[in-house]
Design a protein around this ligand. Structure first.
Ligand code: ADP
Ligand code: NI
Length: 231
């Protein structure tokens, strides 16, 4: 039966179903990517979109689904096929479904190392919202949580941060969690696309710098001398 709901109510119903779908899929994944990440990114996206005024349905749906086919958490092809079926089940128009998929394919930091693409307004909002959750106090917590999960050292003063030229190199490195600040977290501020994203990123960036300063002073370390080259 064709739905008689207004377009807006139909979209709200679809968003609720998407939220439930994501909650089910994320039931058992590593904590750095749990539902609380999705919830924080969702809030960030709403805040950013107040100014950007991108299509709010696309933004909200894409935020909810942005990690659903992440190859670190799921088998990508399986997750994509499942999502495709789910979109049909909730009667999401094919064009809209493709737009959502297009947004989520361009969110990841790893993907952006290899690609240089022009982003839509929706992609900018979702990407900034996700990146904000990787920096500041929450970002620091997530980095050490991830490092713990992977058995990484907190810091290894003998092995300084590196510059990764490809997604594979970035993913396969086994460096310390403090290295990750230089290899990713401190780079994000300059990669923000929206005005609100930039403002929020600056505060969180400054907080990470003072955190690192305090960390080094507690262990009497002068900092990494090779850092000049890392941009
Ligand atoms: P993206 O999908 O944008 O490439 P990830 O999924 O790799 O990002 O990262 C998820 C979370 O785990 C982020 O908070 C990120 O900073 C953290 N993380 C990723 N790689 C590392 C690492 N090598 N050391 C510490 N934290 C990491
Ligand atoms: Ni994410």
């Amino acid at each position: 039966m064709n739905s008689f709901l207004s377009a807006e109510s139909q979209q709200n119903r679809q968003l609720l179903l998407i939220e439930q779908y994501v909650a089910n899929q994320f039931n058992n994944v590593e904590a750095g990517h749990d539902l609380s990440h999705i919830e924080r990114v969702y809030k960030n996206a709403i805040a950013i979109n107040k100014k950007e005024k991108a299509d709010s349905f696309l933004v909200e749906a894409a935020v909810l689904l942005h990690d659903i086919a992440d190859e670190k958490l799921f088998i990508k092809e399986e997750a994509e096929a499942k999502l495709d079926l789910f979109f049909q089940e909730i009667q999401l128009n094919k064009t809209v479904a493709n737009k959502i998929i297009d947004i989520i394919e361009n969110v990841s930091f790893g993907n952006s190392i290899d690609k240089n693409i022009i982003l839509s307004k929706e992609q900018k909002v979702v990407r900034d919202a996700d990146r904000l959750d990787a920096i500041g106090a929450v970002g620091i917590a997530r980095a050490f949580q991830y490092g713990g999960h992977k058995n990484r050292a907190l810091i290894d003063t003998e092995n300084p941060p590196q510059k990764y030229l490809s997604k594979e190199d970035y993913r396969n490195n086994n460096g310390s969690t403090i290295n990750h600040f230089y290899e990713k977290l401190l780079l994000l501020k300059d990669k923000m696309e929206t005005e609100t994203g930039k403002e929020l990123a600056q505060q969180r960036h400054d907080f990470m710098l003072s955190y690192l300063k305090q960390f080094y002073s507690e262990i009497n370390f002068e900092g990494f001398s090779s850092l000049e080259g890392i941009k």
